[in-house]
Design a protein around this ligand. Structure first.
Ligand code: SAH
Length: 214
């Protein structure tokens, strides 16, 4: 089967499991070629629903987790989006397809990964994505406030700088908990108040840095 038809099969499976439903999100999943974000020797597994190693001890998240988080994030056409944990750049590409006229800042701690993802996204023409090498637990104040923040690594607690950089009406999704297992938490700022809502259990690689794991 071609990678293209495998991708279509992955999308159909995510739809039938009820994980993908918003037309703009489905379209993004159809368009972004996951195999381009992983090492060549793993291309045969590109559209299987599990995480894959991308080097430097890090992973590209499983498609179902990208689907769940992207749907819960409810990115809009003009959203200003911050991602913490760029990794391969795949999630950033998905967000970029949805927020069109807004933009994505994606922060990555590991310099080699930041460089590789930045180059990949540039080559693919994602001009509304800016990859930044740095500690994403501090956010990226230069482009704050953000309408949407997505953290794709496991945090011991919700980093205060990220809450500070969330706009009024903004929403953040972040896995919070222990090193082995976390809860996907939705944080929103409504009428100046910070609200938290727990979703499902999840498993992510640790968030390091100032407000992360030591
Ligand atoms: N969203 C990625 C998957 C991320 S895996 C994708 O689509 O491929 C988690 C990533 O978070 C790893 O690349 C890891 O290096 C990064 N990370 C961990 N702590 C970080 C921090 N403090 N700031 C930025 N990135 C961090």
């Amino acid at each position: 089967m071609s990678l293209e038809s495998e991708r279509e099969r992955m999308v159909e499976a995510l739809i039938s499991q009820g994980l993908l439903h918003t037309p703009k999100v489905v379209e993004a999943f159809r368009k972004v070629e996951r195999h381009l974000f992983i090492p060549q020797n793993l291309h045969a597994e590109a559209y299987a629903d599990h995480p894959l190693p991308i080097g430097c001890g890090q992973n590209i998240s499983a498609p179902h987790m990208v689907a769940i988080m992207t749907e819960l994030l409810e990115v809009e056409e003009h959203s200003n989006v911050l991602e913490v944990g760029c990794g391969s750049g795949y999630q950033a590409a998905i967000l970029s397809e949805i927020c069109g006229k807004g933009g994505v800042v994606s922060v990555e701690y590991v310099p080699q990964l930041a460089e590789r993802a930045g180059e990949k996204l540039r080559n693919l023409g994602y001009s509304n994505v800016k990859v930044v090498w740095g500690d994403g637990t501090l956010g990226y104040p230069e482009k704050a406030p953000y309408d949407r923040i997505i953290v794709t690594a496991a945090a011991p607690k919700i980093p205060k700088p990220l809450v500070k950089q969330l706009s009024e009406g903004g929403r953040m999704l972040i896995p919070v908990g222990g090193r082995q297992i976390q809860t996907l938490v939705e944080v929103s700022r409504i009428d100046g108040k910070i609200l938290e809502k727990n979703h499902m259990d999840c498993v992510f690689v640790p968030l390091v840095g100032e407000e992360g794991w030591k």
